[in-house]
Design a protein around this ligand. Structure first.
Ligand code: ARG
Length: 606
């Protein structure tokens, strides 16, 4: 039985013996004692006051006295503040609890079995016409952290990605490459494939805009008003017409266009793979829009036959969602081509064929809130059992402070550039320390990678996902404060203590002897360790990686306070020294489990 269970049973017994009251376990409310009072756990006595016909203070006194007498191995002393009975737990149960934390490799995680619910989490979902940017970084970090958290809560998780590999955007890059590329390849240019394609997308845009300007000026000269001229130029510019022709050829399966499309997409995927690898994210199953959009059409036609959707006179197909308080939604254009929503219906169909999905989570920016509201209703109508309760994990924008790291195009921040810069900054910042510790160059580089990326990941994940945010590289890498490197540094410090203990031949017991007397700081640290499971549960129900950040930060702070006040290796009492080493080791383990959920690696030295 845990300490909490012992106390709850004790209180049940007490009110039975004292007041003849049969209380359920739920009626016994246990809370962590507030900082300003002495104690670890607090019993709320109000639920028993009526049966006792005594003042809350009196009831608290009586239950407290009973517990000290009857659960004496757990309850050392008590005090009563109003209707709250604050309990001080004796040392032995805490030390036993530390042993439990140590014994469990995956402390705080719920094991996954073949019968566990299957949760599919979609994240990343890039388009293949340009490299990943800062927005994708937030998406990938949130999605992969969420996947680990959901798994740690006892679910089977399938990480998925839907790649938007077809459409006008990729035709633009293809066309620009044909026109101005001179056969350039990633090899010949030394560029990553996704960057290469991104550059042609930008080139298309540049030439297209020039065409638009010339055309619009011509229309104005012919007497058209400026706004109308601009709109018409956008439609009539030869480049965009050519891109559209290319898309039609693609749809028709034109071998040349398809071959070029395939080649250029391969370049992009090779580039994405490098970025994903550096970021530490991966997928179990990747879907491609080129495969799913046709499935979507089929599904929509099925819905049309069943009368779920309707056809307009011009031949287009629509869903009428006015009864649901939404509007009418286009599903197939009058030329039979599909729209974004159709693709998502098709993807859902394939996913459901491939996996027995119990829950579907889409990690997509909040600019698509309406899209997912509609998708949920449509999937439900079409008979997907998880459609109604699909989760759109919606997150806000992320930006850099002005002037920091403008990318090639001068607008978005490139994911590769950002990660490189973070690692370079971490390396710079570590130079002095590295000299002192005589760390080999190779290790210093590896540590800089962990710290630079840790700074980036932690800073982004600690913010409530729904909020817009500013990523501040300098602040993120600061060793003091609520940052990844602060937590990593504490971990490395513990690792160093444990190494020294080993050098001195000290065995660190999994279960330290309870023949010692420990301080409040120490019991509180064990109590904090013990709360890790609850933090993981909470993060799982709230879908909140930031909750894990918070927990790791608090645990780290508490350890640092302890380390500031007490010596570990310098302790003269052998048993106490072993206990503290064991405690430090448990903190290191739990902190690395927590940070591991966030995808942050811990350096053994820093
Ligand atoms: N590729 C899309 C975009 O860039 C995001 C796809 C999100 N996922 C989805 N199932 N619709 O906007």
């Amino acid at each position: 039985m845990t300490i909490e269970e012992r106390l709850i049973a004790g209180v049940q017994e007490a009110v039975k013996a004292l007041y003849g009251l049969e209380a359920t376990a739920q009626q016994v409310q246990l809370q962590k004692t507030r900082d300003e009072f002495e104690g670890h756990l607090t019993v709320v006595v109000f639920p028993f006051v009526k049966a006792a016909r005594k003042s809350p203070e009196m009831v608290g006194e009586e239950i407290g006295k009973y517990l000290v007498e009857h659960v004496s191995d757990v309850v050392a002393r008590y005090n009563v503040v109003k209707g709250f009975l604050n309990l001080v737990i004796s040392d032995a149960p805490w030390i036993a609890l530390l042993g439990k934390v140590n014994a469990d490799e995956k402390f705080g995680f719920v094991p996954v079995t073949e019968k566990s619910p299957l949760v599919m989490i979609e994240y990343s979902s890039p388009n293949t016409n340009k490299p990943l940017h800062l927005g994708h970084v937030r998406n990938n970090l949130l999605g992969s952290a969420l996947a680990r958290i959901v798994e740690a809560n006892g679910n089977r998780v399938v990480k998925t990605n839907i790649v938007n590999d077809r459409g006008i955007h990729i035709c633009k890059s293809m066309l620009a490459w044909l026109k101005w590329g001179n056969g350039e390849t990633p090899e010949s240019s030394g560029k990553k494939g996704d960057h290469l394609i991104g550059d042609y997308y930008v080139a298309f845009d540049k030439h297209y805009r020039a065409e638009c300007d010339t055309l619009a000026a011509q229309y104005v000269a012919e007497g058209m008003d400026a706004e109308a001229a601009k709109e018409k130029a956008k439609q009539e510019a030869p480049l965009i017409k050519e891109a559209h022709e290319m898309l039609v050829k693609w749809e028709q399966g034109d071998p040349e266009v398809r071959a070029l499309w395939k080649k250029m997409n391969e370049w992009v995927y090779a580039g994405f793979d490098e970025t994903y690898k550096m970021m530490g994210v991966s997928f179990d199953k990747i879907y491609y829009e080129s495969d799913t959009y046709l499935e979507g059409k089929e599904k929509v036609m099925e819905g049309l036959e069943k009368g779920l959707f309707y056809r307009r006179e011009d031949g287009s197909v629509w869903a009428d969602l006015t009864a649901e308080g939404l509007d009418e939604k286009l599903l197939l254009r009058n030329d039979g081509t599909s729209v974004y929503m159709t693709q998502d219906i098709g993807t859902a169909k394939l996913r459901f064929q491939d996996f027995p999905i119990d829950k579907m989570i889409y990690v997509v920016g909040n600019e698509q809130n309406y899209h997912f509201q509609v998708l949920s209703i449509l999937l439900d109508k079409l008979g997907f059992k998880w459609g109604k309760d699909l989760v759109h994990f919606s997150y806000g924008m992320v930006e850099l402070p002005n002037g920091k790291m403008k990318s090639r195009e001068g607008t978005v921040v490139d994911a590769d550039d950002l990660m490189d810069a973070m690692i370079a900054d971490a390396y710079e910042a570590s130079k002095e320390r590295v000299k002192q510790t005589e760390m080999p160059e190779e290790e210093a580089r590896e540590v800089a990678r962990k710290v630079g990326l840790g700074a980036l990941k932690y800073f982004i994940l600690k913010v409530d996902a729904r909020k817009n945010m500013l990523f501040n590289p300098e602040e993120s890498i600061d060793f003091n404060g609520n940052t990844g490197p602060f937590i990593q540094y504490t971990y490395a410090r513990i690792a160093s203590i444990l190494r020294k203990a080993k050098e001195q031949g000290i065995e660190i017991p999994e279960q330290p002897s309870s023949d010692i007397s420990i301080s409040t700081k120490e019991t509180e640290l064990i109590q904090k360790l013990n709360q890790f499971g609850a933090a993981v549960r909470q993060a799982g129900t709230d879908y909140s990686p930031s909750g894990i950040c918070n927990y790791c930060y608090e645990l780290t702070k508490e350890f640092n306070q302890f380390y500031h006040d007490f010596t570990i290796l310098g302790e003269q009492d052998e048993a106490l020294k072993q206990f503290r080493l064991s405690l430090a080791k448990a903190v290191a383990k739990v902190v690395s489990l927590g940070m591991g959920l966030l995808g942050i690696e811990m350096p053994e030295r820093m």
